[in-house]
Design a protein around this ligand. Structure first.
Ligand code: ATP
Ligand code: MG
Length: 592
């Protein structure tokens, strides 16, 4: 379907005065020092993520407000107020203190979206421990590997996950001193070599521990999604809280009365930065759904929980699209005022689908585990160019660079001033949530910088209006007959076809072209693979993209291989196509 290239916003699109209303003026006036001043800071100086997120509010008028509301299919909803969350996280910090776990100790959490996980993360941050979340659906091997790599000293998990996934691997995690177990049935556990968390919490005082972190102290160690290779551990500091706060304000437009839902699991950086930290910093009430994706359930939650700001991911949106627009229209969303997405390129079709299904376009934003927070975004007040990631947020200076040598160390680059040129997306270092290193890989960290420019590994272009357009990951770009082809453009064109639910595009070695564009597609409900459909798709793509860019081959797959955080793994499509080893598949979604 042909659509206009822009979604114009008017005053009628804004339910509340937007936090970012005058882009140029607010970007000019912004400084990270002033953003830091919007937070309280620790009484004796210093900065701590959990203090700003919880304790600050618990000591004021928000103490009684719901911070987190947990819902599950077969259990009553459970709410934790800011006051209660502060007390429980104090208690958890006291538990760690009692165990001699102090500043800098590495603590891992492995659990579903249960209250104890949130309490443990916040309590551990107060005690100065460095927190690493692990996705609860990981198998034993990826869990053990990450704990070993991260030299984990404490693991907080549930009794069921421990017996299924950790117990047999314990010998491979020599640094692990304490395993704190949550009994999934709400009772207690007596598993050998572990501690029962509920019992420890019951006797711990709920007095605040003395917090001694500074902005430069390590706070979080996040493993990347493993989309392009083995996951990397990215280290973040407490100072990141300034970015979390500023981006919650500008990119998510959080207002005090919002009811907010981030669908990302806290096992990934989005679920931590924007599922836990940013909404709490803004004193809003967050929904936490303990269940897995279910289109009907999600629409029901958006409606019944009166969600006003929703942060989700392209993979979820594509799954909702697959279920059909009628499912969305069986509900209504009068409270919903802003929908945002991150994690993968958001096809223009998905942006428009939001308007048709939910009454609101989806606002794409871009960031990475390494950046610690949202860098480039579409925000409520501004026109959307579907397919664009939006513009750099206040405090973020982005640019497009060209490499001066193919392989140089350190890399040498030139900033491309003119618009509409494809190159690597780079950011001027200096925003507070920038990662401070890759775990045990200083050389790789250094390779990410050219002077003060952080090189993202993503290719993009900036248009004359300052909007950034994702082209593809540097590793995924296809070189065909002298053209550089970004898989996103090809995938988006295929997604416009009524039968296509998802598309993943790779370059396949070809003696004449260098690389040939090959697409893998999965179909929407009600469509079946056939030779006629394949030819129709090839013709559609050729019409939309031209012969040089359109795929030469199209294959149908029931589902595309994805990371557990929902990203299409093009490297696996390629490895399978070429019969090459699959490499690290620790983050591959089961059954993919
Ligand atoms: P790995 O680094 O291990 O290969 P990963 O890069 O997928 O995994 P993350 O840090 O979770 O790990 O993801 C960040 C990447 O996701 C970005 O570099 C970019 O390639 C992609 N991404 C995130 N948001 C967007 C977006 N809005 N549009 C396009 N791509 C995006
Ligand atoms: Mg990456």
């Amino acid at each position: 379907m042909d659509r206009p290239g822009i979604i114009r916003k008017t005053a009628a699109d804004l339910r509340l005065p937007p936090n970012l209303a005058d882009y140029e003026a607010q970007c000019r006036a912004f400084s990270w020092d002033r953003a830091r001043a919007a937070l309280q800071g620790l009484p004796g100086g210093g900065l701590n993520i959990a203090f700003e997120a919880v304790d600050r509010h618990a000591a004021g008028p928000l103490a009684g407000r719901t911070a987190l509301r947990f819902v599950a299919r077969d259990a009553p909803a459970l709410e934790l107020s800011y006051g209660e969350l502060a007390r429980q996280s104090h208690r958890f910090a006291q538990v760690l203190r009692g165990l001699g776990v102090g500043k800098g100790a590495r603590l891992f959490v492995l659990a579903g979206r249960i209250p104890e996980l949130y309490v443990a993360v916040l309590g551990a941050l107060k005690q100065g421990a460095v927190v690493t979340p692990l996705f609860s659906a990981f198998g034993p091997e990826p869990i053990a590997t990450r704990i070993r790599l991260g030299a984990g000293e404490v693991l907080v998990t549930t009794d069921a996950l421990y017996t299924r996934k950790v117990r047999a691997m314990r010998a491979q995690m020599p640094t692990l001193r304490h395993v704190l177990l949550v009994a999934e049935d709400g009772g207690s556990t007596n598993e050998p070599d572990t501690l029962d968390l509920a019992a420890l919490m019951a006797v711990a005082p709920d007095d605040a521990v003395a917090i001694s972190t500074t902005a430069d102290d390590a706070a979080l160690l996040h493993f990347t999604s493993g989309t392009t290779g083995a996951p990397k551990g990215a280290l973040h500091v407490h100072g990141a809280v300034v970015t979390h706060h500023a981006t919650g304000r500008y990119a998510l437009d959080l207002h005090p009365e919002d009811r907010y839902w981030c669908t990302a699991d806290p096992g990934w950086v989005t679920g931590m930065s924007y599922g836990i930290i940013a909404p709490l910093l803004h004193g809003v009430s967050s929904l936490v759904d303990r269940e897995e994706f279910d289109a009907e359930r999600w629409y029901g939650l958006l409606e019944q929980e009166r969600i006003s700001v929703w942060y989700t991911a392209p993979t979820a949106i594509r799954m909702l699209m697959k279920a059909g627009v009628e499912a969305a229209r069986r509900h209504s969303y009068p409270a919903l005022r802003f929908v945002a997405s991150v994690g993968e390129p958001l096809n223009p079709e998905a942006v428009w689908w939001g308007k048709e299904a939910l009454g609101l376009p989806i606002h794409d934003n871009w960031w990475q585990t390494e950046t610690g927070g949202i860098m480039i975004a579409n925000t409520p007040a501004f026109d959307i160019k579907p397919g664009s990631m939006g513009r750099p947020l206040p405090g973020i200076e982005a640019c497009i660079v060209e490499h001066l040598e193919a392989v140089g160390e350190p890399p040498r680059v030139r900033i491309v001033e003119q618009p509409d040129v494809e190159g690597e997306l780079a950011l001027h270092a200096g925003w507070p949530s920038m990662f401070r290193g890759y775990l045990d890989n200083e050389a790789r960290y250094r390779k990410c910088f050219a002077g003060d420019l952080y090189l993202t590994g993503d290719l993009a272009r900036r248009d004359a209006d300052g909007y950034y357009w994702f082209v593809g990951r540097a590793d995924d770009v296809i070189k065909s007959a002298g053209h550089l082809i970004g898989p996103f453009e090809v995938e988006s064109a295929l997604m416009e076809h009524a039968a296509v639910a998802e598309a993943g595009v790779i370059g396949k070695p070809d003696p004449v072209l260098g690389e040939m564009v090959k697409a893998f597609v999965s179909l929407k409900a009600g469509h079946t693979a056939s030779e006629a459909l394949r030819l129709d798709l090839l013709a559609h793509a050729r019409k939309r993209l031209g012969a040089a860019v359109a795929p030469k081959e199209i294959a149908f797959l029931a589902t595309l291989p994805r990371t557990r955080s929902g990203k299409i793994m093009r490297r696996l499509l390629k490895a399978r196509e070429l019969g090459l080893p699959e490499g690290d598949t620790s983050t591959l979604e089961a059954g993919a």
